[in-house]
Ligand binder design. Structure first.
Ligand code: 3PG
Length: 306
């Protein structure tokens, strides 16, 4: 059995060695394809793979067609919007993710970006503090819960909206449940986005919600660029000079936003939320173990396709 790790954005080398060990310990073959530039490289490498481990790498119908032996794809991370689930099912391939494994890393980056924004992008001008600010967490999954834990340490007043999460889970974490989007955005000076990119959420955060934010509002997006309505964001930033937007990965109109709203926007050049040795080890080794357990025992616990 051959397990291919194909990561355009590489894991830390210590994580790669951990993955290799898990694969080779059971007598499977390990292959590594890092920093590939062309899809053709992935298509070639996957041709005889039984299992594939990826990050945000695009796994579409063409990849499944090229991978005649493929039985499982594990997205080492949370969001699997980069994988064509319908095509996977048509090809009889199990798709799994590794929920929670990189969530602390992403949550810590939220605060790195929050502090940068409230300190005016470290320009040396007088900024503000996070203490006593109201933070609204948009989706209370694994990352949202870590954000809440850290926010408490900063002395923030934390609330969250998540129709899929019982109020009691939020209350146990000292978080006030909110049941409407309008309220989440109108009542919080800082909103942190943690919704996945789905057909319902894509383009769902834009002008209407942003202009509801209180004076000095800050939107932090460490989720996906696709959940933002970029025209609406541009209009909101134009009309409300007090608003700021910081995101882990550039929006499509990044150049325009940076030019028009210098000092009020910041974008990481490459998605960096899960880019820590710890998160790479956690997610990468979990992915390797899931591949092994699936190939040896058929374990499908983290399957996300039907
Ligand atoms: C995730 O969904 O797990 C994060 O967005 C991390 O993505 P990455 O593995 O490409 O850094």
């Amino acid at each position: 059995m051959k397990v291919l790790v194909a990561t355009e954005k590489p894991f830390a080398s210590i994580a790669v060695e951990g993955i290799r060990k898990e694969i080779e310990n059971v007598g499977f073959e390990f292959e590594l394809l890092e920093k590939y530039q062309e899809k053709a490289d992935l298509l070639r490498a996957v041709a005889d793979a039984d299992a594939l481990i990826v990050r945000s790498d695009k796994v579409d119908g063409e990849v499944f067609n090229a991978a005649k032996n493929l039985k499982i794809v594990v997205r080492a991370g949370a969001g699997y919007d980069n994988i064509d689930l319908v095509s996977a099912t048509e090809h009889g391939v199990s798709v799994q993710n590794t929920p929670g494994q990189n969530s602390n890393a992403v949550a810590e980056l939220v605060f790195g970006m929050a502090i940068m924004a409230v300190r005016n992008m470290y320009s040396g001008t007088s900024g503000t503090e996070l203490k006593s600010k109201r933070l609204g967490i948009h989706a209370f999954g694994q990352v949202g819960r870590n954000v809440a834990r850290i926010a408490k340490g900063f002395g923030m007043d934390v609330s969250a909206l998540d129709p899929y999460c019982p109020d009691s889970v939020m209350e146990e974490a000292g978080v006030t449940p909110i049941h409407s989007l309008d309220k989440l955005y109108s009542e919080n000076e800082v909103v942190s986005l943690h919704i996945p990119a789905t057909s319902e959420t894509k383009g769902s955060v834009g002008y209407e919600l942003l202009t509801k934010m209180p004076k000095g509002g800050l939107l932090i997006n460490t989720a996906r660029k696709e959940v933002i309505d970029e025209d609406g964001l541009l209009k909101a930033l134009e009309e409300r000079p007090d608003l700021k937007y910081v995101a882990d990965v550039k929006p499509d109109n990044a150049g325009l936003l940076e030019e028009k709203f210098s000092g009020r926007v910041f974008f990481t050049p490459k998605k960096t939320g899960a880019q820590t040795a710890e998160a790479n080890i956690n997610a990468g080794i979990a992915a390797a173990c899931q591949c092994v357990d699936f190939l040896l025992n058929g374990t499908d616990k983290f399957r996300v396709n039907k």
